[in-house]
Design a protein around this ligand. Structure first.
Ligand code: FAD
Length: 461
């Protein structure tokens, strides 16, 4: 069996990351890009330690095998960050886990150069991430959900469920860890009152759900939302079902373009995390407001033009297949075995439209995973949250009372660490920050910006 074939219930090199008593130095919850980057940083640190004590670590992921938003691997969809912000380059450009090394190993190095782009397709980046995951020697248990963190006998104890098909629990175990790093990503959000079903689903499941659609008697789809994913889904359905109508509904007047201009893009640089973290709350809010459209509720300008051109072209031919319902909300929706009946209401009270569609796809975003629900009764989390938001130190450790602050959040900290927190742009440097906090050792040197000339340097206050 190759490493790539290791899936559900398998531990990579079982036990290789555990000490004799089963305790590990680091338990990583989730094995998406954030904790994958951490796993690489741990292995690279262990390599440098040579004869010294090696860190032990184990990762768990509820998925059956490695995957990165695979329900949205749409043909031609490209990355929204440069490949230079891969899992390792910003901290260790000489690492064997770079995207460039991946290209080299695939024999596509020169072919990729000739594309003249910083932005590979998401499919290719998924290939890169899967390749990197398959090269990790630390144990990774797939099909395993972490449900609770407790403090017991001077260490954390994490409850793990072995799951089949994402739901049926076949076994419950516990693992002891000195540090826990939660890299569990975000959760899809459906609007209030919308119940998921075979024909009503969030876009993160798009490809799987479309493949399972029982029938398509209406030849019509509805896509709700106005962000990048919504626009991509509308274009994908329009391309893939050449006889079907695609209706798009959103509250805005039109899709609005994402800001990927260079000055704004600096908000994703590693040092922006320092600046954001230390900013007063009012400034934090202002920065998020100003730069929200670098990533959220915004669409690549070329895709907006492409959709508009399609709609216009159809209007000239009198064959309408792509229909945008601007300034609208979903008033009623009911799902039956053969379709979904949905009423779209104009938010200015200028009437409503009722459609029978084969499927309603909600590209309505994500929210951070709920860290609070992971803390068992033995951990006093009363000082750990402000409202629903975790209180996290600059080095990503969760504030805790009565137990050592050794639970880290590898992502999901947009409110305190800024816009990079839910994206890939900072995963390499964040993993280094977390590992430094755990070991006190510098895992590697993050890339730094050229320093300003002395004459215009600002004095730190
Ligand atoms: C369609 C799409 C495209 C995107 N494109 C980009 C892009 O181009 N550039 C960019 O910067 N960002 C992009 N993003 C943002 C995205 O959040 C990041 O790319 C990235 O996935 C963040 O990695 P992560 O490891 O923090 O979270 P995730 O990728 O969500 O991984 C979290 C993992 O944790 C597992 N997990 C969750 N809970 C548990 C639990 N209790 N126990 C065990 N395992 C658990 C999940 O199964 C999952 O594998 C995109 C997002 C989407 C949805």
């Amino acid at each position: 069996m190759t490493k790539d074939e290791l899936t559900e219930g398998d531990d990579r090199r079982p036990g290789s990351g555990d000490r004799a008593d089963g305790e590990v130095d680091i338990l990583g919850i989730g094995f998406g890009p954030s904790n994958l980057s951490l796993a690489i940083a741990i292995e690279e640190l262990n390599d440098r330690r040579r004869a010294g004590r090696r860190l032990t670590a184990r990762f768990v992921d509820v998925r059956r095998r490695f995957g990165w938003h695979d329900g949205m691997l749409l043909p031609g969809a490209t990355m929204q960050i440069s490949f230079l912000k891969d899992l390792v380059s910003p901290r260790t450009p000489t690492s064997p886990f770079t995207f460039l090394n991946y290209l080299h190993e695939q024999g596509r190095y020169f072919d990729f150069i000739n594309l003249k782009t910083f932005f590979p397709t998401r499919r290719e980046f998924h290939g890169y991430l899967s390749w990197a995951a398959s090269r990790i020697d630390l144990p990774v248990s797939y099909g395993t959900r972490a449900t609770r963190i407790d403090w017991s006998g001077g260490r954390f104890e994490v409850t793990l469920e072995s799951v089949v098909d994402g739901s049926e629990v076949t076994k419950v175990t516990k693992v002891a860890a000195r540090h826990v790093v939660i890299g569990s990503g975000s959760r899809p959000v459906l609007p209030e009152g919308i119940a998921p079903g075979a024909r009503v689903f969030h876009n993160h499941q798009l490809l799987n759900r479309l493949a399972e659609l029982p029938s398509r008697p209406h030849g019509r789809f509805l896509v709700v939302g106005s962000g990048q994913s919504a626009a991509e889904v509308a274009a994908y359905l329009h391309d893939s079902y050449p006889a079907a109508e695609v209706h798009a509904s959103f509250r805005r007047y039109g899709y609005t373009p994402s800001d990927d201009t260079p000055y704004a893009n600096r908000i994703f640089d590693p040092e922006a995390v320092d600046e954001f973290y230390t900013a007063p709350p009012e400034l934090k809010r202002e920065l998020l407001d100003h730069h929200w459209q670098t990533n959220y509720s915004a669409v690549d300008a070329d895709l907006i033009k492409d959709l508009y051109r399609r709609e216009y072209d159809e209007s000239t031919r009198g064959v309408r297949r792509l229909i945008v319902h601007r300034v609208t909300g979903i008033e009623r929706l009911s799902e039956a075995s053969d379709g979904v009946t949905v009423t779209i209401r104009d938010l200015g009270n200028r009437g409503s439209t009722t459609l029978d569609v084969d499927a309603a796809v909600f590209a309505t975003g994500f929210r951070s995973a709920d860290t609070r629900s992971m803390l068992g009764p033995s951990i006093d989390g009363s000082s750990s949250f402000e409202g629903d938001l975790p209180i996290v130190e600059r080095d990503y450790r969760l504030r805790l009372r009565g137990v050592p602050e050794r639970i880290f959040l590898n992502g999901g900290v947009l409110h305190s660490h800024g816009l990079t927190s839910s994206l890939l742009s900072n995963v390499a440097v964040r993993a280094a920050d977390i590992l430094r906090a755990i070991t006190g050792e510098q895992p590697d040197h993050p890339a730094t910006r050229q320093r300003l000339p002395a004459a215009i340097r600002t004095d730190p206050r």
